[in-house]
Design a protein around this ligand. Structure first.
Ligand SMILES: Cc1cc2nc3c(=O)[nH]c(=O)nc-3n(C[C@H](O)[C@H](O)[C@H](O)COP(=O)(O)OP(=O)(O)OC[C@H]3O[C@@H](n4cnc5c(N)ncnc54)[C@H](O)[C@@H]3O)c2cc1C
Length: 477
């Protein structure tokens, strides 16, 4: 499900339903969950094992934060609904606003896409800044407390053994103690231990789907003149295993990323990164690295597979009630598609509506049922695109492969038609469902580009479509 298909946030639909909720993990998914839980619980305690920095510096618990993070429009709009003023705060803290239709150069299938017809605001910042500004907004809520330097070591069950009753936590080097709660949310990221805890406590583990991609990232910051906004994305796209991205961020810098999938990883030293950049499809990364001074070291990151834990597939009584799982702990996607934070935001919206439709009773099953279609969209986009690197892989369903093949046609046509770029971007940004790309107006434009017929792009009738399809058929036989 995408933003367009979900009901937006409405604080009036949620009633008070419990004393305390605990969120384990104070990163983006945990903070967003805390934000919506604050409408329903007297107290929401976020427990984060890292000591949290005042500024936007890196921390150990989120090692991927050295890499470029794009906040897609579905995520941005949802965060803004949940935390009014978020985008303004981001800009005040140094974030960069640019026009995603004209200043964001998107390279797909060996050509840049045409500029879009309408402005599309795009907010760029480092991952630590996105998180710090979110933390500032969420901790302003009287119900929310964020405790850094506190590790959760266990979940606690009630006397019936069927419902979560809280967590065991350890603050710094102090003795572990117990914190009772009506609801516990696991937001500990991809390394979540909930599946193992379930197995050792007599519950069922969720089925896991792993789709290998073996992507390697290398990213370095370089100086950027303050007025420059140029942004480039050229993702690895089969059969080309290499890609690049150059994003403006705060403190007068660009983050320059080079990446390679299917084991074609970039080197992790500056000279090696420069050489790798020279092999890439555009000159964006190479030019930035040649012409601008680096700020700091090269940061590398490896990501083996997209991974999904299907909690929604478990029977309701196979899970303790009161246990929720959000963010990367449910699903982590090949990062080149930039989906994780936005999926976390849409999951927070799913949690909001699950709370609205029955409070904390039997909340787990209602939440996982609502979160699953949100994950579906991002998951199918990511594994569908990645399937082109592994044509024989049977983990990718045929309908996903078929859609990806059509998606590629739209991408090629968007090199000439800015309206198609806009339609494509809205799907990639999880605003519109993929079915938006088979709307007759879009199909007509795709066919018109394919047969080189500019007038047909503006025509609307079914017979026009049939004529274009026939022309396409005769051209490609
Ligand atoms: C290389 C890379 C690039 C990415 N690029 C993008 C992008 O462009 N756009 C995008 O939207 N997403 C991107 N993502 C995904 C994004 O980083 C995550 O989706 C996002 O951080 C939300 O994750 P999370 O909050 O679920 O988990 P995480 O960010 O992994 O945070 C988990 C938190 O839990 C804490 N924790 C763990 N165990 C405990 C414990 N026992 N007790 C207390 N605290 C604990 C950790 O310290 C950490 O703070 C990228 C990911 C990678 C790997």
């Amino acid at each position: 499900m995408t933003l367009d298909e979900l009901e937006r946030y409405d604080p009036d639909v949620v009633d008070e339903c419990g004393d305390r909720a605990v969120v384990v993990g104070g990163s983006v998914a945990g903070l967003l969950a805390a934000r919506v839980l604050a409408d329903a619980f007297d107290e929401v305690v976020v427990l984060e094992r890292d000591v949290l920095p005042e500024d936007a510096s890196q921390r150990d618990g989120v090692p991927q934060a050295t890499q470029i993070h794009a906040l897609l429009e579905a995520g941005r709009a949802t965060v803004e609904d949940l935390c009014p003023g978020y985008c303004e705060s981001l800009l005040a803290a140094g974030g960069v606003l640019l026009d995603g239709a004209s200043q964001f150069r998107f390279y797909g299938h060996d050509e840049y896409l045409a500029d879009g017809p309408r402005r599309m605001p795009f907010y760029a910042a480092t991952r630590p800044l996105f998180e710090r500004v979110l933390r500032e907004h969420v901790t302003r809520l009287p119900a929310v407390t964020v405790r850094g330097g506190t590790r959760v070591t266990d979940y606690l069950l009630d006397d019936t053994g069927t419902t979560l009753a809280g967590v065991e936590r350890r603050e710094g080097t102090a003795e572990a103690d117990r914190l009772p709660a009506d609801v516990v949310v696991d937001a500990t990221g991809r390394a979540s231990r909930t599946p193992r805890w379930l197995a050792t406590n007599g519950f069922a583990e969720p089925p896991v789907v792993d789709v290998p991609i073996d992507v390697g990232y290398a990213t370095v910051a370089v100086e950027r003149p303050p007025e420059e906004r140029a942004t480039t994305l050229a993702m690895a796209s089969a059969p080309r295993t290499r890609g690049e991205a150059v994003f403006p961020v705060e403190d007068g810098t660009w983050l320059v990323n080079v990446h390679g999938v299917a084991g074609d990883h970039p080197p992790t030293d500056l000279e090696g990164v420069r050489e790798f950049a020279a092999s890439l499809p555009t000159n964006a990364a190479a030019t930035a690295l040649d012409e601008r001074s680096p700020v700091g070291d090269v940061h590398a990151y490896r990501f083996p597979s997209s991974r999904r834990r299907r909690y929604e597939a478990l029977d309701a009584d196979a899970l303790p009630d009161g246990l929720l799982v959000v963010g990367d702990a449910i699903a982590s996607f090949n990062p080149i598609y930039g989906q994780g934070m936005s999926v976390s935001a849409l999951e927070a919206l799913a949690l909001h509506h699950a709370l609205a439709s029955g409070g904390s009773r039997a909340l787990s099953a209602r939440f996982f049922e609502r979160a699953s279609p949100v994950v579906d969209h991002a998951w199918e986009m990511a594994i569908g695109a990645d399937a082109s690197f592994a044509p024989g892989d049977t983990t990718v369903p045929p309908h996903v492969r078929a859609f990806t093949a059509y998606f590629d046609h739209v991408m090629r046509a968007a090199q000439e038609d800015g309206h198609l770029r806009e339609a494509l971007m809205r799907v990639i940004a999880m605003q519109d469902p993929p079915t938006a790309l088979v709307h007759p107006g879009v199909v007509r434009r795709v066919l018109a580009v394919a047969v080189g017929n500019a007038r047909a792009r503006r025509s609307t009738t079914g017979s026009d479509l049939r004529r274009l399809a026939a022309a396409l058929g005769s051209r490609f036989g």
